[in-house]
Design a protein around this ligand. Structure first.
Ligand code: SF4
Ligand code: SF4
Ligand code: SF4
Length: 301
């Protein structure tokens, strides 16, 4: 990892010195070994603060939304999931490709900083091994899919076992059992909207859940309004979710949000595929449900 940090710092320094970027997005260390955070370097003098280690789990592509209305030229580091997020933003016309200098890092899986924090805080009775993060165990694309420069050789997918295994288990339940299952898990949602804030695909300028006139969803955290939130968000993610797992990772009450996302990914692929969101950037291409074809299935009409 130290070698990768050095290489990223070398590239960022070169980009600033050659006046190719105005800002460079990466990670910086905080006071705790296991806690890094997104970092915006503004000059070559800032570059020494950049680190890359096994806790660089955040999807940095979401940070690009802060720059969408400006003209800054942006350098940034991407793993596989971050790079798919960039494709999401390019397809959604949120940022222009020519404003980006993308440094790709093939990923071997990241560790969960929260699990490490539990160890350090004494929350666990005894120190536990910090394994690869839950979201990375389902990763089918650890390698950047779009980049200007790649650091190191590509890695195999991390996914072990059958893809969508848990989704299939739930599909096999009766309709009543499924309803009960989702009512139970979604009833614990506190509507903090962390899952929305961290999501690169949630790039609407005004979210309907923030609107007051009209107010589409009640502010209470009852199961009806919670379900409304999750159903609307799921429908907005269909064909657009790049499976980065950030929403589930940041949920403070451990709601298995990836189950919903993976069901949508599976269904969109079955109905309109083969299709995986954000796997490649083709100028002008749109997500599956943003296109219309007369042969599209319409049995539901
Ligand atoms: S989801 Fe994939 S690319 Fe992203 S951090 Fe995990 S292993 Fe790396
Ligand atoms: S992060 Fe979790 S608790 Fe917060 S709104 Fe999303 S699902 Fe609900
Ligand atoms: S819905 Fe979750 S997994 Fe999908 S893009 Fe958003 S944060 Fe990533």
């Amino acid at each position: 990892m130290k070698e990768i940090t050095n290489k990223i710092q070398e590239i960022a320094t070169r980009l600033f010195n050659e006046d190719q970027v105005d800002v460079f997005l990466a990670w910086e260390q905080t006071g705790e070994e296991y806690r890094v955070k997104p970092y915006f370097a503004r000059s070559a003098a800032d570059v020494s603060n950049i680190v890359f280690n096994e806790y660089c789990i955040h999807n940095l592509s979401t940070s690009l939304l802060k720059f969408r209305d400006g003209s800054d030229r942006i350098g940034l580091v991407v793993k596989g999931c971050d790079s798919r997020g960039i494709v999401r933003l390019l397809e959604d016309l949120q940022i222009k490709r020519e404003r980006l200098y993308i440094v790709g890092v093939p990923c071997t899986g990241m560790k969960d900083p929260l699990a490490a924090a539990r160890n350090q805080s004494g929350f666990n009775n005894k120190m536990q091994t910090i394994d690869i993060a839950r979201k990375c165990l389902d990763c089918i694309q650890p390698n950047p899919v779009i980049y200007d420069e790649l650091i190191g050789p590509e890695n195999p997918p991390l996914l072990q076992g059958e893809r969508f295994a848990k989704v299939k288990e739930i599909e096999n339940m009766s309709a009543d059992e499924r309803y009960q299952y989702f009512e139970d898990v979604l009833s614990t949602c506190i509507r903090c909207y962390a899952c929305r804030q961290v999501c690169v695909a949630c790039d609407c300028r005004t979210c309907i859940f923030d609107e007051m006139k009209p107010q589409w969803v009640g502010r209470e955290t009852n199961v009806t309004d919670n379900m409304m939130y999750h159903i609307v968000r799921a429908s907005h993610m269909a064909g657009r979710c790049i499976e980065c797992g950030e929403c589930e990772r940041v949920c403070p009450v451990n709601i298995p949000l990836m189950l919903i996302n993976q069901k949508l990914i599976k269904d969109v692929n079955d109905l309109f595929g083969p299709y995986e969101a954000g796997m490649q950037y083709v100028e002008g291409a749109k997500p599956a449900l943003s296109r219309y074809d007369e042969k599209d299935p319409d049995d539901f009409l």
